[in-house]
Design a protein around this ligand. Structure first.
Ligand code: G3H
Length: 489
């Protein structure tokens, strides 16, 4: 087990002697099912919250600190040094990704490699951003040299489904733009930060990156209440985001960068290539057991093809293999949240009591945290699974006769991240795209929804996001434009 007995504050890995919280994996390491103890993390409170706030605030020093004023080339050196050391931790972090969050071996490796690439691409993009500083000569006689400057102290909270990659999609751009960061790792996916602590400590000046552990209420709340956080950067649920935001004494000064819930639909038109649509909808709904904000979470199938789609879709779902993350060829893995199977069961029971059926043979079969995906049909608006972001292996299917029906539902929805549209006739699709782009931020044609490639803007409308991430956009989100102006005399 990993007994995490230090925390990173003010450039020091400080010894923790207080209370700890055990970290368990829902994966059993014995034949007879029992959760596996992976280690323990510090249970921090207000004192440590104050300590990290002080360290980060001092590092920023009202914009005059070493980090916010450091030359671009030197800040890049720190980041390069970090990523160089990070690469050495691959095997250990990948192993922890599998045990802590149940992500399959290939997907865990992908998460690690994508993150390393993300850091290198961010460095390149940061260089470009600086060399591209616009020079507006003779605009009404004024020349301007535009730069981008940091905004202040960032509190960064990442999600359990990408505890490395998505967290770093906040952390890395925040840091490289000159902002000191306080980072609290996700509840699941916390121990995999341990192998990176020394790299963080030795790569950045003191106070620039501070890492705390513990419950949001105990440690993140006092950080917000201090009023010293300038940016709340969070990927997770809106309930936590709102609660944290509300605790800031001067909300007007708080910048938000949030990646929140989504209920991305797939719309399958009558002329869709069914093989392709089924394949994409299976991956879109069930990759990492549906625990992705970009997962397809509701399928709208045209009534004329519903019988065939449902039959083949259900068969395809049942053909997926279930197993532990390191087993070869597994598509479905155990859920890391202990309470999740009971929630999925609740959604299934609610829908079946209101007229839906589980249309795949294996749907809902469960042994502890190994729960087989359930395909529900026909789903209607009375059911919880229609409204709630299931974030797990349950797939609601609805039919439609007129395209206005799913469009209307999307317009009514509280979410607006992405949509997948399956069809062939360009004359039907083209005008639909014009409507869809005003309902969501990304329209995927004949393919499932996803965040990447990471150079594309990642955001959402309504309750799905605040601000934009991506290699290019995140640098802008975590900074402010400033400029030097001179007159042509
Ligand atoms: O949880 C939401 C993630 O942003 C999904 O990312 O589409 O690369 O799996 P992904």
């Amino acid at each position: 087990p990993i007994m995490q007995d230090t925390y990173l504050v003010n450039g020091e890995l400080k010894k923790w002697t207080g209370q700890t919280t055990p970290v368990f994996s829902t994966i059993s390491s014995t034949e007879k099912y029992a959760p596996t103890l992976l280690g323990a993390i510090p249970y921090m409170g207000e004192n440590e919250a104050n300590e990290v706030v002080e360290a980060a605030t001092a590092a920023y020093d009202k914009g005059q600190g070493l980090w916010p004023t450091m030359k671009v080339a030197d800040r890049i050196k720190c980041m390069e040094n970090f990523v160089f050391q990070m690469k050495e931790t691959r095997a250990e972090v990948v192993k922890l990704l599998m045990w802590e969050i149940g992500k399959s071996l290939p997907d865990s490796e992908k998460e690690f490699d994508r993150t390393v690439e993300y850091i290198y691409d961010t460095i390149e993009s940061y260089k470009e951003l600086n060399t591209q500083s616009a020079h507006f000569s003779k605009v009404q006689g004024v020349n301007a040299m535009v730069r981008r400057g940091p905004l202040g102290v960032v509190l960064c909270l990442g999600p359990y489904n990408y505890p490395l990659n998505e967290t770093f999609s906040l952390l890395i751009p925040a840091l490289i733009m000159g902002n000191p960061v306080i980072f609290k790792p996700a509840k699941h996916g916390v121990l995999l930060i341990t192998p990176l602590l020394e790299a963080f400590r030795s790569s950045f000046p003191k106070g620039v990156i501070n890492i705390v552990y513990g419950r949001g209420r105990e440690v993140a709340s006092p950080i917000m209440k201090s009023g010293k956080v300038d940016i709340l950067a969070l990927i997770g649920n809106s309930k936590s985001a709102i609660a944290l935001q509300d605790q800031h004494p001067n909300k007007n000064r708080l910048r938000l960068i949030l990646g929140l819930e989504a209920k991305n639909p797939a719309i399958i038109l009558p002329d869709a290539d069914l093989d392709l649509a089924i394949q994409e909808c299976v991956t879109g709904t069930l990759s990492f057991n549906g625990q992705r904000c970009t997962a397809l979470k509701i399928l709208y199938v045209h009534e004329s093809i519903a019988a065939e789609f449902n039959k083949r879709f259900a068969e395809k779902v049942d053909s997926l293999t279930f197993g532990n993350p390191w087993e070869k060829g597994v598509a479905l893995t155990p859920l890391p949240e202990k309470e999740k199977p009971a929630y999925i069961e609740e959604l299934i029971d609610d829908a079946t009591s209101k007229g839906a059926s589980v249309i795949n043979e294996k749907g809902g079969l469960q042994t502890e945290n190994y729960i087989f995906p359930a395909v529900l049909f026909p789903v209607n608006k009375e059911m919880r699974v229609y409204h709630e972001e299931q974030f797990g292996p349950v797939i609601p299917i609805l039919t439609f006769s007129d395209i206005q029906e799913p469009l209307h539902d999307m317009a009514e929805s509280n979410y607006g991240q992405q949509v997948s549209l399956f069809g062939k006739d360009i004359k039907t699709i083209a005008p639909l795209i014009d409507t869809l782009v005003n309902l969501v931020c990304r329209v995927n044609l004949n393919s499932s929804c996803q965040r990447g490639p990471d150079v594309f803007p990642f955001t959402g409308r309504k309750d799905s996001a605040v601000g934009t991430l991506s290699i290019h956009d995140a640098l802008r989100s975590f900074s402010i434009r400033t400029f030097v102006a001179s007159k042509d005399n």
